[in-house]
Design a protein around this ligand. Structure first.
Ligand SMILES: [Zn+2]
Length: 74
């Protein structure tokens, strides 16, 4: 887990590496980002969370509201 403390309201919260990896993937971020913009659940302030030394896992498959139909035998 990655610990975050909101610089605005002081609220402390944690984000899982998986959550961050998924969020970055959803934003289209590839490679190794140096920061993640973590939004405080209490006051919505965006806190820049340094990802130095953080090992992000592979993002999980994100379920987009699928309109794309893939053809395949099955
Ligand atoms: Zn806050």
């Amino acid at each position: 887990m990655i610990k975050v403390r909101c610089f605005k309201c002081g609220f402390a919260f944690q984000l899982s590496e998986q959550f961050v990896a998924n969020a970055l993937a959803a934003e289209g971020v590839t490679g190794k980002p140096t920061h993640y913009a973590a939004q405080c659940p209490r006051c919505r302030q965006v806190n820049k969370l340094p990802l130095k030394g953080v090992r992000l896992p592979e993002p999980e498959r994100i379920e987009a509201s699928g309109s794309e139909e893939s053809t395949g035998e099955g």
